[in-house]
Design a protein around this ligand. Structure first.
Ligand SMILES: CC(C)(COP(=O)(O)OP(=O)(O)OC[C@H]1O[C@@H](n2cnc3c(N)ncnc32)[C@H](O)[C@@H]1OP(=O)(O)O)[C@@H](O)C(=O)NCCC(=O)NCCS
Length: 296
């Protein structure tokens, strides 16, 4: 589309990029929703604010990975697409990516992804992919391998919860060994992302030096990111997440090399479903590991 300009994102773009993201994902989730899934709700005001805060953080850490597509019609400019990627040491990841439905299928997404990928400079890459046909087509064309993900849903049968020991609340002075564990599992440490997550999520760690691991939990006790040196520690951390869950819970981003998570979920009487892909290029699928959708 000739009227569309792809350029680096600026802080002033955040409100209109957020609106583009809300509309894009609402429509995409509606069109790819299975009949058994709950109705898709428009993004809440709180979730919109979280999106803006997270993107502002990414802009402050690695602005060269953040791209927008701007359309100008009759002198009025609006954001019609966005690709927010970040480099952390030797790893590139894509935090979010979308083009308004009105502008899809016209090459805008390719221009955005090409710009975000140029920033990778040959680094290995990882992100969580939707099932949207335009997205999977773009990713495979960019040489990413798509690994199907499972998810587990339901209410935990609390009679199945085992006694868990050896865990404690995590703190900022845990980040050094957590970054080392990240490097062992997924090429690079999360670096500044740990600080961002600790501000917004609960951190639980296993500090056994022979078997370290950590999990971030959201306000409903759902595991947002889990990394462990071995499956036994990973299982323990996931049980802790399930023990703190309230109401229906979700364990997301489970790839085939992470069957330990399936075993825990089944033991807690959750149900297995499928959801999207982990896309990787130049690196294996991390394990034992449950990726974060935005921080990977
Ligand atoms: C993924 C996305 C950003 C791509 O943007 P786009 O502007 O449509 O991308 P392009 O036009 O450059 O390329 C998309 C490719 O998929 C095809 N495509 C686009 N929409 C499609 C659809 N609904 N069904 C089948 N193919 C589709 C296009 O023809 C094109 O293929 P081609 O280059 O071989 O012709 C956009 O489709 C989108 O926002 N999807 C919904 C949100 C989403 O899933 N984001 C990714 C999250 S991981």
């Amino acid at each position: 589309m000739d009227s569309v300009q792809v350029r680096l994102m600026r802080e002033a773009d955040l409100p209109s990029a957020e609106r583009a993201s809300a509309v894009t994902f609402f429509e995409s989730e509606r069109s790819t929703r299975r009949v058994s899934d709950p109705e898709i709700e428009p993004r809440s005001a709180d979730a919109s604010q979280q999106w803006v805060d997270r993107m502002r953080f990414f802009l402050s850490i690695d602005p060269e990975g953040c791209w927008v597509a701007i359309d100008e019609v009759a002198g009025a400019r609006r954001t019609v697409g966005f690709a927010i990627a970040q480099n952390r040491a030797g790893l590139w990841f894509l935090a979010t990516y979308g083009v308004l439905p009105s502008h899809q299928g016209q090459g805008v997404g390719k221009r955005l992804l090409d710009a975000a990928l140029a920033h990778a400079g040959g680094r290995p890459g990882i992100f969580s992919s939707s099932v949207h046909p335009g997205a999977t087509r773009r990713y495979r064309a960019a040489d990413f391998s798509l690994h199907p993900q499972m998810r587990m849903v339901g209410v935990v049968d609390r009679s199945t919860l085992p006694v868990i020991d050896g865990l404690r609340e995590g703190r900022a002075d845990d980040f050094a060994w957590m970054d080392q564990l990240d490097r062992d599992l997924r090429v690079a440490g999360h670096g500044p992302d740990h600080g961002y997550m600790l501000d917004t999520l609960r951190l639980v760690v296993c500090r056994d030096p022979a078997r370290p691991g950590y999990v971030y939990l959201d306000d409903r006790g759902r595991a947002s990111l889990l990394a462990a040196s071995d499956p036994a520690t990973a299982r323990k951390l996931l049980w802790e997440a399930l023990a703190s869950s309230q109401g229906p819970t979700l364990v997301n981003c489970i790839t085939a090399p992470n069957e330990w998570a399936i075993d825990v979920g089944l033991a807690a009487r959750l149900d297995i479903g499928q959801e999207g892909y982990i896309a990787v290029r130049g690196m294996p699928v991390p394990a034992p590991y449950l990726a974060s959708g935005h921080f990977l």
